[in-house]
Design a protein around this ligand. Structure first.
Ligand SMILES: [Ca+2]
Length: 273
């Protein structure tokens, strides 16, 4: 009996020790994780940013435009004609506004804008943060994304593409990210998504962390997509940034027949290294 009691007490002591060690491990892991995160964040320095602080035309030092409808609607049967007019993109009170407008223009029924830093700013590896508010109109397809600086010289998708955030007016609050590379492109791209609240009424931070080992994509610090990087992937050279809003096409889908106009808002885009 005493022997049994002793065993029982020993069991309790041992179980108690295990619980303590387990708890300590959890606490240590959490603290260590936070410390690691803090260290990796504190090491990052702002490398480039566009705050859209100057009202009017987006800064030509940073931005150029794709114009027109592109071959096959930029490869996606998109409906818009991109222009560099203020009607389609301008900065107002610190916010870049990209407007899709329903209007007859150069043979198309919609206009919009696609801004890019190609030839003006490029980088390899780092963190990108985009603070943006999505439009709610059905048929819209706003995005913040990246293309290889060699795009146009090296065929797509061999050059590589990283879609940090895409949003469909037809599926409000579903945040999509995609990687396009050889054998995983177009409809077969490496994509994932997550649901958030208030994507069309509040600004959120869409983020990508990119190094030689991995690319990770977040919304408001929540990781929702990643891909392993390696020397065999097209993600080890300079990329530039793009901000645009398409309408219709393979991803935007059918447009609301009552559509008149829609605005995609970007507060800033920052690059840290
Ligand atoms: Ca701003």
């Amino acid at each position: 009996m005493v022997y049994l009691i002793k065993i029982s007490i020993m069991k309790k002591v041992i179980v108690g020790m295990f619980v303590k060690v387990f708890m300590l491990t959890i606490i240590c892991n959490n603290l260590f994780g936070q410390t690691q995160q803090a260290i990796s964040n504190s090491k990052l320095k702002l490398f480039w940013s566009e705050e859209f602080n100057v009202d009017g035309r987006p800064d030509p030092k940073n931005w150029s435009y794709d114009i027109g409808n592109g071959p096959d609607g930029w490869g996606n049967q998109e409906l818009e004609y991109y222009t560099d007019r203020n009607e389609n993109s301008y900065v107002d009170k610190g916010i870049l506004k990209i407007n899709v407008i329903k209007e007859e223009y150069n043979g198309r029924s919609y206009t919009s804008a696609r801004l890019k830093t190609q030839g003006k700013f490029k980088f390899t590896y780092g963190r990108v943060e985009v603070r943006a508010k999505m439009p709610a109109e059905v048929g819209t397809w706003p995005a913040a994304w990246m293309l290889a600086e060699q795009f146009g010289k090296v065929p797509w998708p061999d050059c590589g593409e990283i879609d940090i955030v895409e949003h469909r007016g037809a599926e409000i609050n579903k945040i999509v990210s995609a990687f396009h590379y050889p054998e995983r492109h177009g409809g077969n791209c490496n994509a994932n998504n997550t649901m958030i609240s208030n994507a069309t009424t509040e600004f959120h931070i869409y983020r990508m962390d990119w190094d030689e080992k991995e690319i990770k994509v977040y919304v408001d610090d929540k990781l929702f997509h990643s891909v392993q990087n390696s020397p065999n992937m097209p993600y080890n050279h300079d990329f530039h940034l793009l901000l645009n809003m398409a309408i219709g096409g393979g991803f935007g889908g059918p447009v609301d027949p009552n559509f008149r106009s829609s605005t995609y808002e970007v507060d800033y885009i920052r690059v840290y290294k």
